[in-house]
Design a binder for this molecule. Structure first.
Ligand code: PMP
Length: 423
């Protein structure tokens, strides 16, 4: 399906930026994996609701009730989008990072965690305090399943365990065998959480069908604006854990104790982990994006991205010195995310040139997945590129790679201009 017929128009396609060569260009946003542009539909929905929002959960007024209803309705829309099971909870968070940190705070005592070293830092790092087994980078999807099974067989039996795995890599875009990993986890008595930050914007995610216990994703990668994410799945660990944030909204009742202290009774619903005034506009925007994607169907989006991935792969293959990074092989199925290096160029230099001379926005560095990129680059990195830090002034940064990523609203012209520029 060509871009023109994809029923998912995005904002910001006609922003003109100045070029160092003196001219100007329409900005080519090829960094969807970091943050995708918002869908026009999401923006329209938010704008239509904005004049009517009021305090949530606490007000008896009409607008308060409307906002509360919209928040709860957004939860139902997200649950439906993710194919949640009856009894699953949908907690609104700030992002995938927030969602995984929240889940990390719910681990039962003695819980072991299993995670591949290839994960995004948001999935590698939140498990402080737990016994974590970091599994080496597998070179095929089947090897990933085997490695997980071996690790789970070796663990002490009967204790709680959690596997955390990405659905699609934020570096290579490659799809991971989620269903098989979930089956392996469950066969050995472990739970599994899916980091769907990169999968959900490109592919249908069905919690029940994949048989994962939890799923986490970020609104700003799913064509909604910044500020809201989701953790959805099994209620038991969430219900039994201490609240992620303590405060109003999470507590059902608070009373003074005989010894002079205070004691709180916590909610057992999603509210337990959503203390404070909820980001109802953010939640509504996420739900709007889910609705738009569901109504459009993923078939056209998947077909369009496959076409663009092929175009980029073929185009890059014709440029001498280009190496596309992959764990599972060049032909492995992937979402619209590719990273590559060009001999003789640092990623930072190449990305700067693409921006300054061609008006193309890509990402460079180690993409908050330092162990993976180091493994893919063969340990050639001199120093870690900082993750999310401001760009260094004139100092040379680590070599790193360049990542190009796209999705709904990406026209052929952006991809063609990118390929021309790299050539
Ligand atoms: N997991 C993956 C696979 C990601 O790509 C990202 C974002 N790059 C995250 C987690 C973290 O998402 P956020 O920054 O929205 O918390």
């Amino acid at each position: 399906a060509p871009a023109a017929v994809l029923p998912l128009p995005v904002l910001g396609r006609d922003v003109t930026v100045p070029l160092v060569t003196g001219g100007e260009a329409v900005y080519a946003a090829l960094d969807y994996a970091a943050s995708a542009p918002a869908l026009q539909r999401v923006w329209d929905d938010v704008a239509a609701y904005a004049p009517y929002y009021g305090s949530v959960h606490r007000g008896a007024g009409y607008l308060s009730r409307l906002s509360t209803e919209l928040l709860e309705d957004s939860r139902r829309t997200v649950a439906e989008f993710l194919g949640c099971r009856p009894g699953d909870q949908v907690v609104f968070t700030r992002s995938t990072t927030d969602s995984l940190n929240l889940l990390a705070r719910t681990l039962p005592a003695g819980c072991e965690v299993f995670v591949f070293e290839t994960e995004h830092h948001a999935a590698l790092l939140p498990w402080r305090g737990a016994r974590v087994t970091y599994l080496e980078a597998p070179r095929t999807p089947a090897a990933a399943v085997e490695a997980l099974e071996r690790a789970l067989v070796d663990r002490e039996p009967y204790g709680p365990a959690l596997v955390c795995v990405t659905g699609a890599s934020n570096v290579t875009g490659e799809l991971w065998p989620v269903r098989e990993l979930a089956a392996a986890a469950h066969a050995h008595g472990a739970r599994i959480v899916l980091d769907a930050a990169q999968l959900a914007p490109h592919h249908p995610v069905d919690v029940a069908e994949l048989d994962v216990d939890w799923v986490a994703f970020s609104g700003h990668k799913l064509y909604a604006p910044f500020g809201a994410g989701v953790l959805a799945g099994r209620a038991d660990w969430l219900r039994e854990a201490e609240p992620y944030l303590a405060g109003g909204g999470a507590s059902r009742s608070v009373a003074r104790r005989a010894d002079g202290g205070v004691e709180a009774l916590w909610h057992t619903t999603e509210a337990r982990h959503e203390a404070g005034s909820p980001n109802v506009i953010g939640a509504y925007a996420v739900a709007s994006a889910c609705r738009a994607l569901r109504e459009a169907g993923f078939d056209a989006l998947v077909a369009r991205e496959r076409e663009l991935v092929e175009r980029v792969r073929e185009g890059l293959a014709r440029v001498p010195g280009v190496r596309v990074l992959s764990l599972f092989g060049d032909d492995a199925p992937r979402v619209g995310v590719l990273s590559f290096t060009v001999e003789g160029w640092s990623g930072a230099h190449l990305a700067a040139a693409l921006s300054a001379e061609y008006g193309i926005g890509v990402r460079d560095g180690l993409f908050c997945a330092h162990p993976l990129v180091r493994a893919l680059l063969g340990g050639s990195e001199r120093e870690p590129a900082e993750c999310g830090a401001p760009r260094a002034g004139s100092g040379e940064r680590a070599a790193g790679a360049v990542r190009v990523s796209f999705g709904a609203g990406t026209p052929d012209e952006h991809v063609d201009r990118f390929l021309r520029a790299v050539r």
